[in-house]
Design a protein around this ligand. Structure first.
Ligand code: NAD
Ligand code: ZN
Length: 351
């Protein structure tokens, strides 16, 4: 679990104070990995730079890749004689994951792809702080960093992945487009449905999942102010992430990984594209999802898989079916009796 967290409007301004005791000395900088949407914007000016601290703006146009992590680590190593005091990630799930991965790879030998999997990281990572600017993924609280590698899209899941400190300032999520707000927020909603209906469910996950689900419904179906909605979605994301940390996600995520791998479709929208066709698995969840979609006038793209070759379908299906724990959580140990390549192809063809 994340050992330290602060929450509240304007809490970003406490960052300087939080980092000060973690500065080893003047030569060991803080590296701020910041979504480039903030380049030249007011938030970037509020970053409390000292000594030889550095801001590196990173685009979130594509999801994080293992070689991107390796390149960032090499840059930090080359530019400074020693390890930085810490890494601070500012942005959405993409930047959260990059900050986590870079902090791990600074102290662990080799490349990021070597650590994709469960508990492969041996050395504690560099101190790292997560500051989300969009809510939903739960990446700020989870013990994984999802990376696209040469062979697979898979997380580095370890106790050293989790942030040492998180700053939750709901004001930072202002400026997110309505579509992105919906897709990333629905990631949280889908985490709740998949966790609460999964066979891995336990009292720990259930307690967080139910709270997150209630908050999602308030945000997307209720009648609350935008300020309250920003605060509630930020807490929904946190609780949704806590819920899956001790259970697992399910069908939409497994199939969305396939879309991401073959077509580069991003996590939030990919989950939505799949989830709309999952009535068979999550009837109530899908009905409520469609209600939320209608209320906010979200029109999803169509024909996403229409030009795929047989080979591409094959790859997509095998990536999805390779996510064994997700299927096992969704449908139990005998999931292969229900989920066949033909069935998945049928769903993909509807997208
Ligand atoms: P993102 O980080 O990809 O950002 C989406 C878009 O929103 C980008 O264009 C970004 O520039 C923009 N944006 C972010 N904050 C903004 C702001 N305040 N104002 C204006 N624009 C803003 O989106 P995401 O959905 O948060 O993250 C998706 C990533 O998270 C994927 O790579 C996925 O694999 C990962 N993920 C990780 C976990 C985990 O536990 N580690 C869980 C779920 C998803
Ligand atoms: Zn997700």
């Amino acid at each position: 679990m994340v050992p330290r967290v602060i929450f509240g409007k304007g809490s970003f301004d406490q960052l300087g104070e939080i980092l000060l005791p973690k500065r080893r000395h003047a030569e060991a900088p803080f590296i701020f990995l910041v979504d480039d949407v903030f380049e030249g914007r007011e938030l970037a000016e509020r970053i409390p730079l000292l000594f030889n601290d550095r801001i590196i703006f990173v685009s979130a146009d594509e999801e994080p890749k293992t070689d991107q992590v390796d390149a960032l680590v090499e840059k930090v190593r080359d530019d400074y004689g020693e390890l930085p005091s810490g890494i601070v990630g500012i942005g959405g799930g993409t930047l959260m994951d990059l900050a986590k991965a870079v902090s791990i790879l600074l102290t662990n030998k080799g490349g990021a792809s070597q650590y994709q999997g469960w508990d492969l990281v041996r050395q504690p990572s560099v101190y790292h702080v997560g500051i989300p600017t969009i809510s939903g993924t739960g990446a700020e609280v989870s013990r994984t960093t999802v990376l696209l590698g040469p062979e697979k899209k898979l997380g580095i899941n370890s106790d050293y992945t989790t942030f040492d400190q998180v700053v939750l300032d709901p004001d930072l999520t202002q400026g997110v487009s309505k579509e992105q707000w919906f897709y990333t927020g629905m990631d949280c909603y889908i985490h709740c449905i998949e966790s609460l209906q999964g066979t891995y469910l336990n009292a720990f996950s259930q307690s967080y999942g139910e709270k997150a689900l209630d908050l999602c419904k308030e945000v997307y179906l209720g009648d609350i102010s935008t300020e309250e909605s920003r605060e509630k979605l930020m807490m929904a994301s946190w609780h949704g992430g806590m819920s899956i940390a001790y259970s697992q996600v399910g069908v939409a995520h497994a199939m969305s990984y396939g879309l991401g791998f073959v077509l580069g479709v991003r996590h939030g929208i990919g989950n939505c594209l799949v989830f709309q066709h999952l009535e068979e698995f999550y009837p109530e969840g899908v009905a409520t999802f469609k209600e939320m979609q209608k209320k906010h006038g979200i029109v999803m793209p169509k024909g996403v898989c229409s030009d795929l070759t047989d080979d591409q379908f094959h790859t997509m299906i095998s990536v999805a079916m390779g996510m064994v724990p997700l299927w096992e959580n969704a449908l139990g140990r005998h999931w292969r009796e229900v989920v066949t390549p033909d069935k998945l192809e049928g769903i993909y063809r509807k997208i």
